[in-house]
Design a protein. Sequence first.
Lengths: 111, 116
Amino acid sequence: DGGITQSPKYLFRKEGQNVTLSCEQNLNHDAMYWYRQDPGQGLRLIYYSQIVNDFQKGDIAEGYSVSREKKESFPLTVTSAQKNPTAFYLCASTGRRNEQFFGPGTRLTVL
Amino acid sequence: AQSVTQPDIHITVSEGASLELRCNYSYGATPYLFWYVQSPGQGLQLLLKYFSGDTLVQGIKGFEAEFKRSQSSFNLRKPSVHWSDAAEYFCAVGYWSSGGYQKVTFGTGTKLQVIP
C-alpha cells in the first residue's frame, strides 16, 4: 500500500540534544512538508521541499533543519536551538493538485 | 494572502443529528479546497476535495461539502452524525506560491464532540 511512514511514534529529547525525525513516502510525490502541531494552533509549516536537493523555510523554521537527498525521504532534525520543541510533528507529501497526504505523526517530548 | 477561517473551535452534537462545520477562505484565484479529519494522536485523513466543476462534493464516511464562491465558503455537512465522527476537522486551501511551490494553508480546526 502506498503511504507515508514516520518514525519513531514517540521521541524523548534531553535539553541540548539534537534529534532526527524520519519521514518516508512511496507515493512517488515530488513535494514533501513538515508541520508542527500544538493544541489550539492548527498546523504550522516548518520546512518544505518541491524536489530532491531543494528545500525552503516555512513559517517557523528556526531551530530546525532538513535534508532531501532522495525523493522518498525528508528527515527533520530538531536542534538544541529550538527552545520549545515539545509538540506533535506531521510529515506530508502532495499530489498533483495540492491534496496533502499525511503520515501518522511523531510526538516529541523534552525531558 | 490566502487564509482559512474556521469560526467554531468546538461543536457538540447529539448522535443522529445533522452536522455543519463552517469554513471561509481568502484566496484571489479559484482555490483547491479540502477537508481533513484528525483523531487524537493520529495524522490527518483527507475527507473530500474540491478542484472545479460541481460545487457539491461527496467524500468518505458520508460527508459532503458545498463550495460557494460568492460567500467564499466551503462548509462541511453530514446528515446524521455517528459517535465515531468525534474528532478534529480541518479546512484547507491549496495554492501555488509566487515561487512556484505547492502549498496548503490550514484553518485552526473544529473539535467535534458527539453525545449519545
